[in-house]
Design a protein around this ligand. Structure first.
Ligand code: C2O
Ligand code: CU
Length: 484
């Protein structure tokens, strides 16, 4: 078994990184950064100097009946993230940013993953309703040189899914080094809505990273202070040229630990049309998009009001103290006019009625605060893949009351297999807004409590639930449920 300490050593050996590890407090504004002499100075990286790349939509290797087949070779390649520097990244087939699989509800996707990386992997389709054998559970490892074929039935409606490594104790480093991809699931009712599509439907993965002076990643476990370079689709602070019309942006937080609260720099509103599990019932007009690690927000931004030549930014206001300017993420440049026949209908979908729950559970999230090299816990237990923590009767609808009992450390909560509904946040019913959609990951700031409801159907077997801050999951904030 790979222990946490070995995984950490491997990380240090690969990067030559020193110092700063083991600090547990979240990066609150105003605190000093734990920079080392080998770190690149982020202020020397030019902003908006590189164009953002759009993930490449992959064609299947072949299609047979209603099944599309893909194959990837996980491999390290060099790529330019910081202008003028080459960074070694872990990829699916060399794609940077990660590839984009466009799937359709009711049409199966089969992906063969060959592992040519120096580390074991296990590939999980986040948000996907899939059998245990294809879920990419933490111990279902693909060893270096090995391969595994995953089958995704796509028996769920439209959704904004993604895939990433989930190998026990090393997922956090593998994801940090790049092992993520986009997977969107489309259905006919969504297609009929006339939302912006084609070149006007762009996924954007937002994350942070830490680099040395040569442009190589510095990975350290639980390093929430050091990762101060923001990437959008794998480029540091890029720009993106848009036409003066509506765009659909599927925003993914693929950061290990960083939370984003995104705004447009001119304070304009956007329409949020979807979340983790696909479209909302109705668009939400908002000037703020909240994304914790692993969450997605599907938004429409209308650039038609801006004259050609306008620039504006997406900025992050999370943990930025009052009076300090928010940190930029990406710049939009309005470079041309374009026809726009897309629409954002007032009604997007009807979510299924909530079933009547028969089981209630409490789930407690915690990490050691103030201890260097601390551990993470769910219900006071560190993850043990040999233990079943929760047994669920097939078909049951359950309500889980999830609490973050930490004083300073934020968490979030992700359940495999299901899309859930958020019933309450801190005792207040959630009846509207983005959290009223289908969710698989939910924010929990220190002291917060959310009630979520899910129906466990479709597949029996063992699946995990965990904090989706990958470093916290690696530190033990993960548990196993068995649907029997
Ligand atoms: Cu996105 Cu268990 O993971
Ligand atoms: Cu956490």
């Amino acid at each position: 078994m790979i222990t946490r300490r070995n995984a950490m050593k491997a990380g240090v050996a690969l990067t030559g990184a020193v110092g700063g590890a083991g600090l547990l407090l979240p990066a609150l504004g105003g605190e000093a950064q734990a920079r080392t002499t080998t770190d690149i100075d982020p202020t020397t990286i030019p902003k908006f100097a590189q164009e953002m790349t759009v993930p490449q939509v992959l064609r299947p290797d072949r299609i047979s009946g209603t099944t599309s087949y893909y194959s990837f070779e996980m491999q390290e390649v060099q790529t330019e993230i910081i202008p003028g520097k080459q960074t070694t990244v872990r990829t699916f087939d060399g794609h940077w940013p990660g590839p984009w699989i466009k799937a359709c509800s009711g049409h199966r996707v089969v992906v063969t993953q060959k592992n040519n990386l120096p580390t074991p992997t296990s590939i999980h389709l986040h948000g996907g309703h899939v059998p245990e054998s294809s879920d990419g559970t933490p111990m279902d490892l693909i060893q270096p040189g090995g391969e595994k074929t995953y089958t995704y039935p796509n028996s769920q409606p439209n959704a904004n899914l993604w895939f990433h490594d989930h190998a026990h104790h090393i997922e956090s480093e593998n994801v940090f080094r790049g092992l993520t991809g986009i997977y969107t699931l489309m259905d006919l009712p969504e297609k009929a809505l006339g939302l912006p599509s084609g070149a006007y439907d762009v996924p954007i993965s937002i994350r942070d990273a830490r680099f040395d002076e040569n442009g190589q990643f510095i990975y350290q476990m639980n390093d929430f202070r050091g990762r101060n370079v923001i990437l959008a689709n794998g480029k540091a602070w890029p720009y993106f040229e848009v036409a003066a019309r509506k765009y659909r942006f599927r925003l993914y937080n693929t950061a290990n630990m960083r939370f984003f609260t995104l705004k447009l720099s001119d304070g304009s509103t956007v329409q949020q049309i979807g979340t983790d599990g696909g479209l909302l019932e109705a668009p939400v007009t908002t000037d703020t998009i909240s994304l914790t690690s692993g969450e997605r927000a599907d938004v429409v931004i209308d650039f038609s009001k801006y004259p050609v030549g306008t620039t504006l930014q997406i900025v992050n206001t999370e943990n930025v103290p009052a009076g300090v300017p928010p940190t930029p993420v990406l710049q939009f440049r309005v470079t041309r006019k374009a026809a726009d026949y897309s629409r954002v209908p007032a009604k997007l979908r009807t979510l299924p009625a909530l079933a009547v729950p028969t089981v209630n559970r409490d789930i407690v999230l915690r990490v050691d605060e103030n201890i260097a090299d601390g551990m993470g816990y769910i219900d006071d237990k560190v993850y043990d893949h040999n233990r079943v923590d929760t047994t669920i009767k097939y078909g049951d609808t359950e309500v889980w009351t999830v609490s973050n009992v930490n004083q300073r450390v934020p968490h979030n909560f992700h359940i495999h297999l299901v899309q859930f509904r958020v019933l309450e946040r801190n005792g207040v019913p959630v009846t509207s807004g983005p959290e009223a959609g289908l969710k698989d990951t939910v924010r929990l700031m220190p002291g917060e409590k959310v009630k979520v409801q899910a129906t466990f159907t479709g597949y029996r077997g063992k699946y995990v639930y965990h904090c989706h801050m990958f470093d916290h999951a690696s530190m033990g904030m993960m548990a196993t449920m068995e649907v029997v």
